[in-house]
Design a protein around this ligand. Structure first.
Ligand code: SF4
Length: 115
């Protein structure tokens, strides 16, 4: 494997190079250990935090922003988006309220308060 990545952990955006095989990856270009871990995770089991919106049924033209409380496997993003699309909520909603539970080991939570 020989892969070039941009670290997205912090705004510095280090250019990373990953070489080697899955069990013995060598990362260069990282200015800190977080970048090394990011590159290894990205090459072995990439994950993403999913953000979206859910319609608030009892408010006209109102949506509440949501996100997964923790990153989920990248290959499950479309399934999670389908679950979010099917979700229905009623105001009032406080930021942090669980909108969907047990979604690939985490939850989908509101990131906004709708009173
Ligand atoms: S390697 Fe470290 S310093 Fe560089 S972008 Fe990633 S987190 Fe930031």
């Amino acid at each position: 494997m020989n892969r070039n990545l941009t670290c997205i952990i912090c705004p510095r955006g280090c250019s990373l190079t990953v070489e080697g095989e899955k069990d013995n990856l060598v990362v260069t270009g990282n200015a800190c250990p977080k970048g090394k871990q990011y590159a290894i995770d990205e090459c072995t089991h990439p994950t993403r935090t999913v953000t979206s919106i859910v319609r608030v049924e009892n408010r006209v033209d109102t949506m509440v922003s949501v996100k997964t409380a923790a990153p989920i496997p990248k290959e499950n993003i479309f399934d999670v988006m389908e679950k979010i699309r099917a979700a229905k909520v009623q105001a009032p909603i406080v930021a942090g309220t669980v909108i969907l539970s047990d979604v690939y080991g985490t939850e989908v939570i509101a990131t906004k308060t709708v009173l």
